[in-house]
Design a protein around this ligand. Sequence first.
Ligand SMILES: Cc1cc2nc3c(=O)[nH]c(=O)nc-3n(C[C@H](O)[C@H](O)[C@H](O)COP(=O)(O)OP(=O)(O)OC[C@H]3O[C@@H](n4cnc5c(N)ncnc54)[C@H](O)[C@@H]3O)c2cc1C
Length: 399
Amino acid sequence: MPTLGIIGAGPIGLECGLYASQSGWDVEIFERDRVGAHVRDWGHVELFSPWRLNRSPWSEEALRDTGLTLGHPDECPTGREFVQRHLEPLAQLDQLAGSVRTGTEVVEVARQHALKDEYIGAEGRSGGPFLLHLKGDAGETYARADAVVDATGVYHEPNGLGPGGLKAVGETSHRDRIAYDIPDIGGDDRTKYCTDTTLVVGSGYSAVTSLRQLAELRRQEGQPEIIWLRRHPGAPYEIIDDDPLDQRRDLSEWGNAAARGEIDGIVPAVGIVESIHSESTDGPLEIGLDQSEHPSLQVDRIIANVGYRPDNSLHRELQVHQCYATEGPIDLAATLLGGDSTDCLEQEAAGADALANPEPNFFLLGAKSYGRNSSFLLKNGFQQIRDVVDGLLPEFDAA
Ligand SMILES: Cc1cc2nc3c(=O)[nH]c(=O)nc-3n(C[C@H](O)[C@H](O)[C@H](O)COP(=O)(O)OP(=O)(O)OC[C@H]3O[C@@H](n4cnc5c(N)ncnc54)[C@H](O)[C@@H]3O)c2cc1C
């Protein structure tokens, strides 16, 4: 039986593993941390898509068969509930049990018999297995696979805070006072944000989620003002007519009100961070901005919700043709960039061909396949899985 190596036991890695095993593949899923590690990191945040969009038809059926009570199709789980009620049970299904190797990082993938610059566009490239360089508690080793899916997401690769995506001057040395995720401000991280002046940078849904938690904390504890820095003036969030996702509409309306200065305690500002400086390890941070009207700010902490990018070092020895703007696989990136709608719910499936790489039998799926484009939704990932397993993986004689 041929082996499919899947990198990442997030939602897409696990869903792909189940679908491929049902199609006769011998699946191995390598996860550097725990099942659903990235989702756990934002476990306190409620997903804006309801359960019915967050699980595939095949995982729903498999979990129902075990007698598990599934989340109501129209309710939105938190990230934590999603892990506990879906991802963990998925990893424990008979079809996957024993196939998920947690605590096992894939450092790099290559072809056993070919260097990156060999067999260019030639059939011989698929003539041997992939080698996955693994690193875990037991040390280093290689695993072999006939096909590989990279579903490692982007959540641990934040963009820089400075101009043009660079790190700001002093950003790295003040790393301990910068959060690049959505901190659990109402829970575990509460004490950190109770008394400090916080600067939130960014204008996506993560930024507005962080701001909303900070505003609630301020309402409860009366902590100092919160400064919200964006690169551009105006309303940051598009309000979609009759938006079927209530959570998204609420966040967008609240975010636009905050950007107009209508939310108590949130001070909106426009500019780009160029430098971060402090006189002592716990003294205030002097933030140098790129503009002359308000050239600097003084804060205690920063939440940098400035987007994420894929870690491409994993497949640098393979032949992957990537978009020079988004860093997603080129054909998929072109389809996404060419789409008319700004609503991620309305994205058309890009189709199997858009997921094929010059490297035969190597596929980027899930959030990582969108590169720096943040519009990925799980439901798009389920279609990707079908496209790859049914249409692109090599056929084999299951007997
Ligand atoms: C705050 C927030 C809210 C969101 N809300 C929604 C929503 O409501 N609906 C929706 O559809 N989407 C939502 N998303 C998008 C969401 O990220 C994805 O839908 C989902 O997590 C993507 O799944 P994935 O499996 O592609 O990647 P991830 O969930 O990022 O999983 C990747 C996995 O790979 C592992 N990994 C990474 N590198 C390695 C390596 N080298 N070796 C081995 N393992 C590795 C990681 O530890 C992780 O477990 C949200 C995202 C965020 C940040």
